[in-house]
Every structure is written in C-alpha cells, then in structure tokens.
Design a protein around this ligand. Structure first.
Ligand code: PEP
Length: 249
C-alpha cells in the first residue's frame, strides 16, 4: 500500500509573513500521530521563503501550482520545470480545475506539462474531475476517462512517478463533497484505467481526493480502499484543520 499523502493547495493566497507563520505552525504540529507524507503547494514567489522557513530535514515538501510546458525562451510570465527543480520544488499541480476552466488549459498542453515536470525530476499531481453539469448528467466516468486517457495514451509519461487527484469541480471550494462511496467508485475506476496500461504503476500510484475536504469528512473519505490521501484547498490555510486532516490520512 502506498504511503498516504496530503497536499495543501494555497492557491493565490499568502504573503511572506503568512508563509512563515503557517509553515512554522504546521511543522511544529507534525508529530508521531501523523503518518502521511505532507506537501504544500504555495504561490511561486513563496517557494524560496517556504524552504528557508522549514528545516532541512522537514517532513514538509514544497510544490508549485502549475508549470510551463516549455523548456525556456520567449514565454513571458511562464516558469519552467527546470527553474522549479533548481529551487528544490518537489511537487507541481497540473490541470487543477481552476487552470482548466479559468485559464483554458487543455489536456494536450497538460500532458506536455506532466512530461516537462517529470524530465526535471518534479512529481506532477495531475488533477481530473467532472463539472456539476457532467455530474448531473451522469457523465462523471466518461469525463474522467477522457481526461486520464490523454495522459495514458502518451507512452513517455512515467506512471510510476505521478500522483493523480480526483477533484469534482462542483466540490471545490463549495462546501460540497462527493460521498465516500461515490469518490471510491471514481478512484477505483481511475486505478483500473491505469492498470490496463501498467499493473505495477496502478498499485504504486497515489490517487488523492480533493473538494472541500474538512476534518469532519476526511476520515470516511480516507478510509476508502482507493483513496490515498487528499488535495486540500481552503482547509490547508487553517493550520489546525490541515493538521487534523493529515492525522486522519
Ligand atoms: C483545491 O483547490 O484543490 C481544493 C480541493 O479546494 P477546496 O479544498 O477548498 O475545495
């Protein structure tokens, strides 16, 4: 069984002082009761600050929230995977629904981002999830299959060096969550899709659930067989809630 993983996604929140305050508090709150791996994806500009705040041997690993698919060059505003690797970034979110919806990021470009991240030694966290309209129309599995196929069809992607995150778009930041049973079915479906390509990777890959996870909902979600932890938005900025979620993983 893979080690559970909880990653906080701070989105576009924070400041120099908040980054230090939150990370110091999380670091000092991580005790023996927390068995999972703990990551935080902070805004680019706070990655260096995050590293200088936590100890060298900290249990917290730091990540970014997106990355360019290009290596270098005339791409104003973009940040490359090599740049993130150079500042010791470990994770990078790819295809978060806010990137897909608000910044029009499409599967083809997202798979290139995964490849760029892996080439640089980063671990991509590839996010998938259906919209409310898809959910209501009963199209959840088809949507997930389309989003995952883009990834699985590219043989250059290393499925053993990736994390998947299932985040129903209707659950992100809304206070709504999929029921543990609903989430488990989708996680199992994702694992089966991976298994068709690579049995070993299907056992090893961690599939996180995201979408308004709170301390109260975490336990029953993480108790599901194919839910290997969580991608946490809002609650990751609340130290007590985040630590409690980590404890439940
Ligand atoms: C997210 O941003 O990935 C997320 C799951 O947000 P929230 O927990 O706030 O729904």
């Amino acid at each position: 069984m893979p080690q559970p993983l909880v990653i906080g996604n701070w989105k576009m929140n924070g400041s120099l002082s908040l980054t230090s305050d939150i990370l110091r508090a999380i670091e000092s709150g991580i005790d023996d009761k927390i068995k999972c791996e703990v990551g935080v994806c902070v805004p680019y500009v706070y990655i260096a600050q995050a590293h200088s705040t936590i100890a060298c041997d900290s249990r917290i690993t730091v990540g970014a929230q997106t990355v360019s698919e290009y290596k270098s060059g005339a791409y104003t505003g973009e940040v490359s995977a090599d740049m993130l690797a150079e500042i010791n970034c470990h994770w990078v979110l790819v295809g978060h629904s806010e990137r897909r919806v608000l910044f029009n990021e499409k599967d083809t470009a997202l798979v290139l981002k995964v490849l760029a991240a892996q080439r640089a030694g980063l671990v991509p966290v590839y996010c998938v999830g259906e919209t409310e309209a898809d959910y209501k129309a009963g199209n959840t599995f088809q949507t997930i299959e389309n989003q995952i196929s883009a990834l699985l069809d590219n043989k250059a992607v290393d499925l053993k060096q990736i994390v998947l995150a299932y985040e129903p778009v209707w659950a992100i930041g809304t206070g709504l969550t999929a029921t543990p049973d609903e989430a488990q079915k989708v996680h199992d479906f994702i694992r089966q899709l991976i298994k068709k390509q690579n049995k070993e990777a299907a056992i090893k890959v961690r599939i996180l659930y995201g979408g308004s996870v709170k301390p109260d909902s975490a336990e029953s979600l993480f108790a599901q067989k194919d839910i290997d932890g969580g991608l946490i938005g809002g609650a990751s900025l609340d130290v007590e809630a985040f630590l409690s979620i980590c404890q439940k993983a």
